[in-house]
Design a protein around this ligand. Structure first.
Ligand code: TA6
Length: 282
């Protein structure tokens, strides 16, 4: 059977279910163009989706891969993480081959987005499931007549068995802004990042691929176009304050985000920018 793409109802919201011949599966919600599930062939779920996530078509969905644009976190005056994660997208393309399934979801300005961020834009999220690999690409085009600038991220919630036992490799020697410690700039001097407390870091200019070791499961994490990597876990107290997370949810997630956070990306009228994050089950 070739790869398939089906329109499904996922907790009351329209979504696309991708499946390949090799047995890979993914679910992408049209709301927020958010990947909510990814299962590599013969493996288990690799993304964390909170069992308490709200799927009401207006609240941000806690988990999967939220798309943050045109603002990452609180780095400006717009709503936290921007305007896309709480808006519906439309399907622009669906394609399958023997070994892959590809969908592209699209946002453009509306009266609502214009009231918050007065710019003409097209933002497209392309999701490709191919073998044991998930590629998520954000393309932004300035369709207006004046330049604009933005920050952005693919806010990937990875599922881990027990976060204290997970090891993230590849960040040694990088500077990071520690948002869990008064935004101090620090340098990572450990071989691996181990999360044993609240962690909220923006690592600068990460050019190497990362490796997440989680028991006997390994995940390669590559980014192109996104210069920064955000590592986030709310830990016990902050997790308890999140109504859409179960009390122990923080133990089973680790956000490793591809981000353009430290410096804004500037686009002249007619220009485009592309950033990609790839997850590779090893
Ligand atoms: O990417 C990390 C972060 O900016 C954290 O500071 C944390 O607040 C997280 O995102 C989740 O934000 P949210 O608005 O989805 O609760």
């Amino acid at each position: 059977m070739p790869a398939t793409i089906e329109t499904i109802d996922f907790h009351g919201q329209p979504a696309l279910a991708l499946a390949t011949q090799a047995g890979a599966r993914a679910v992408v919600s049209l709301f927020g163009a958010q990947v909510l599930s990814w299962i590599p062939p013969g493996s288990e779920e690799r993304l964390y989706l909170s069992p308490a996530a709200v799927n009401d078509g207006s609240s941000a969905i806690r988990g999967g891969i939220p798309v943050c644009f045109p603002q990452f976190a609180g780095l400006g005056k717009l709503p936290k993480h921007g305007i896309l994660r709480t808006r519906p997208s439309v399907v622009n393309e669906q394609r399958t081959g023997d070994d892959y399934a590809l969908v592209t979801l699209r946002f453009t300005e509306t009266d609502e987005t214009w009231a918050i961020w007065p710019q003409n834009f097209v933002a497209e999220l392309t999701v490709v499931v191919d073998g044991g690999r998930l590629d998520v690409e954000l393309e932004v085009e300035n369709t207006g007549h004046a330049p604009f600038a933005f920050t952005a991220a693919l806010h990937t919630y990875l599922r881990v068995r027990e976060v204290e036992n997970a090891r993230l490799e590849g960040l040694y020697g990088h500077n990071y802004r520690d948002s869990a410690d008064h935004d101090r700039i620090k340098r990572d001097s450990g071989d691996v990042v181990v999360v044993e407390d609240e962690t909220d870091r923006v690592y600068h200019d990460v050019k190497r691929p990362l490796l997440l070791r989680d028991g006997n499961r390994n995940l390669g994490i590559n980014a192109e176009g996104f210069p920064d990597v955000v590592v986030w876990n709310p830990w016990e107290e902050r997790c308890a304050a999140l109504a859409d997370m179960p009390a122990n949810g923080f133990r089973h997630m680790l956000c490793v985000e591809a981000a353009a956070a430290r410096q804004r990306i500037e686009l002249d009228a007619g220009e485009s920018w592309v950033g990609r994050q790839s997850l590779i089950a090893l």
